[in-house]
Design a binder for this molecule. Structure first.
Ligand code: 6PG
Length: 278
């Protein structure tokens, strides 16, 4: 059960909000590098990460980020080959590997061997299933990543978006991922939301123990779901735990997480919200 409340940062525009996301991630990654000599970041799909990656590449964050010990994990993906427009590696490949030269940004000093994609290409080549790719990715994660005392994966930071249906990562309303025992699982193609492709994803456990959990929601299209997820109806932790199966992103409403909104997405928050809105 998650308890407490996240910090909520509201910025005027999506561009400023992307910088706030990047700053929050860098703070967590720097802390992890100092403590453990390694900085594991899990990222997600959707439209948000590309702007965040560009903010990481620009000064002053570029100089602060411990690039040499940064490991970038794809938090969830669609069961399509790398290079497919629906593959969540797209923003990583475009912006971070080899660098967004079209915007005048120098190539990222990110070691391509530190980018951890789900082995979907290998699965497709071998005629294997999403479940196979999921099991292989879990093996890699358990070799490389720390676990907390409860056996949950501990990234230094995780960036997630939220869907208009309340999904997070590729954990959709009603998902069996809440009952999955491990760190990864797969889901058949959702019918209610595009793209209609099988998914592989970290389970909700990944959201629990990570110090730098950052939720990014930008645009007027997110105002209603942000208002629902952060609203007074889910203030009670026990009720929140019961509701998360239908609103999976509620799992990220917890102390220690940071939700970053632009003004349009924050329009659904109550004006007298007692929390610290900066
Ligand atoms: C996916 C994503 C998904 C995404 C949200 C928010 O593969 O579809 O992992 O969880 O992050 O739908 O997407 P936006 O950033 O586009 O709002």
């Amino acid at each position: 059960m998650t308890t407490g409340e996240p910090a909520i940062l509201v910025r005027a525009t999506p561009a400023l909000a992307a910088v706030a996301v990047a700053e929050t991630l860098v703070n967590a990654l720097v802390a992890s590098a100092a403590k453990r000599g390694r900085a594991d970041l899990a990222s997600t799909g959707g439209s948000t990460p590309a702007a965040v990656y560009r903010a990481l590449l620009a000064e002053p964050l570029r100089a602060r980020l411990p690039w040499d010990v940064l490991h970038l994990w794809v938090g969830d993906d669609r069961f399509v080959p790398r290079g497919d427009p629906d593959c969540n590696l797209g923003a990583i490949d475009l912006v971070l590997l080899p660098g967004d030269a079209r915007r005048g940004l120098a190539p990222a000093p990110l070691d391509p061997a530190h980018v951890h994609a789900w082995p979907i290409d290998a699965a497709l080549a071998a005629g294997e299933s999403p479940a196979w790719a999921t099991a292989r990715f879990e093996e890699t994660l358990r070799t490389e990543l720390a676990a907390d005392a409860a056996g949950r994966p501990v990234f230094a930071a995780i960036l997630v978006g939220i869907g208009s249906d309340g999904h997070v990562l590729s954990v959709f309303p009603g998902s069996a991922a809440f009952d999955a025992p491990g760190w990864t699982t797969w889901a058949p193609a959702p019918t209610h939301i595009a793209p209609h492709l099988d998914r592989v994803t970290l389970t909700p456990l990944a959201l629990d123990a990570t110090p730098g959990l950052v939720v990014a929601a930008f645009g007027a299209g997110k105002a209603a779901i942000v208002g629902e997820l952060l609203g007074p109806g889910h203030r009670d932790p026990a009720a929140r735990a019961a509701a998360e199966r239908h609103l999976p992103a509620l799992r990220a409403r917890r102390a220690g997480a940071t939700w970053v909104l632009d003004a349009a997405a924050a329009a659904g928050l109550a004006v007298d919200d007692p929390r610290d809105l900066r």
